[in-house]
Design a protein around this ligand. Structure first.
Ligand code: RTP
Ligand code: MG
Length: 139
């Protein structure tokens, strides 16, 4: 398959920002060869989070997730590059940091979920449709 030039929406979650991992995450994105097209530090509103996580509404982890995502500043970025949606999810690693492969952001820097299942440092869009939908929420 020919590579597709894509955009993905990346969020450095409050745990990543608080722990001073913004530079490390952006470094890995750039080292992979992706371009940072848009970048902002912000605090998420409830409306933005309800829209962003609409697919998870009603799940047991939804309210704790929204609460966590509101717990401090986040960094929101649009990245660009060939197949960067799948590529960034590969850089991020598995959702659960305990299971994420060494070498990935969550595998190298994430902590055991424990009771704080949502603290996995980054978000990345999971499809081109999600990416465009999410970019419109944040930019
Ligand atoms: P993300 O959307 O943040 O890039 O992560 P993902 O695709 O790997 O995970 P997803 O299934 O979309 O879940 C979104 C976020 O919700 C929290 N979560 N908690 N079982 C749980 O308690 C649970 N499952 C998911 C995580 O913060 C996850 O990244
Ligand atoms: Mg997801």
């Amino acid at each position: 398959m020919t590579a597709q030039l894509e955009r993905s929406l990346v969020i450095i979650k409050p745990d990543g920002y608080r722990r001073g991992l913004t530079g490390e995450v952006l470094r890995r994105i750039e080292a992979k060869g992706y371009t940072i097209a848009k970048l902002q530090v912000t605090e998420a509103t409830r409306d933005q989070l309800d829209a962003h996580y609409a697919e998870h509404e009603g799940k047991p982890f939804y309210e704790p997730l929204v609460e966590f995502m509101s717990s401090g500043p986040i960094v929101v970025a649009v990245i660009e590059g060939n197949d960067c949606i799948k590529g960034f999810r590969s850089l991020a690693g598995a959702t659960n940091p305990t299971e994420a492969a060494p070498g990935s952001i969550r595998g190298d820097l994430g902590r055991d979920w424990g009771l704080k299942v949502q603290q996995n440092i980054v978000h990345g869009s999971d499809s081109t449709e999600s990416a465009e939908r999410e970019i419109a929420i944040w930019f």
